[in-house]
Design a protein around this ligand. Sequence first.
Ligand code: A2P
Length: 279
Amino acid sequence: MNAPAKTDDFVVAETPAQVQAKIPDGVYAETVLAVEHYTDRLFRFRMTRPAGFRFRSGEFAMIGLMVGEKPVYRAYSIASPAWDEELEFFSIKVPDGPLTSHLQMIKPGDTVLMRKKPTGTLVLDALTPGKRLYMFSTGTGIAPFASLIRDPETYEKFDEVILTHTCRDVAELKYGFDLMEEIRNHEFLAELVGDKLKHYPTVTREDFKYRGRITDLIENGKLFSDLGVPALDPAVDRGMICGSTAMLKDTKDLLEKAGLVEGSNNKPGEFVIERAFVG
Ligand code: A2P
């Protein structure tokens, strides 16, 4: 006969009231609506949007979970556009990451915390007027651009929008392909975006139509010949960069070499970088 189980052997699920009681003051506590896992490294989730929460497409927020008795937060670009009734996030899974090791387990109905003030530099206001907007991303760095490519204002300000997304392998590009599909099938966005948006997906560690780091493809000119556009020109081209620290630096150097000047919220310029982004 089995020995009677000790109480310690059971993980007792907390009631909503117990979860609520622990939530720190001054933060939003939102409900997870959907979770989609792409690979063992990537997933996205959607959650409710607090009634009073305003942000500009491309900004990030601090997202968190209660881990034991303590909230753990990390900066997350908001992947949904400013007009959306829900909030979407695209996340990496780090096996022993303080937040993502827990966040990757969320399911619909769970509570996710969000600090109240969004911020960030990957916003249209931080760029001077131009004709062609490049969004350079690697990995989950596509998230702020998932927001901006679904915002009508992007297409009011630019004639052409080029989203580059580089990942290690093809499976990691899926979120980007899904976004393009969503826009093509969207009631309003499909017509508004038309053929202004170009998606340039590349991989570095397996065979695919487009291969290589975006920095190499800028340097050797393949990006421009593949797209049928002229080389970078500060008179008409604007850029936004989001990716790993090394990718930010290398891409920034290339834009500066082409004569583009970095801008910020206080001083709009020809390209902007999100430095808060990790991973
Ligand atoms: P690579 O496979 O050559 O390292 P990660 O998954 O590690 O965040 O990387 C995402 C993508 O960013 C990978 O395709 C990776 O290429 C690429 N990458 C890494 N470092 C740089 C860099 N300094 N400049 C441009 N791309 C980079």
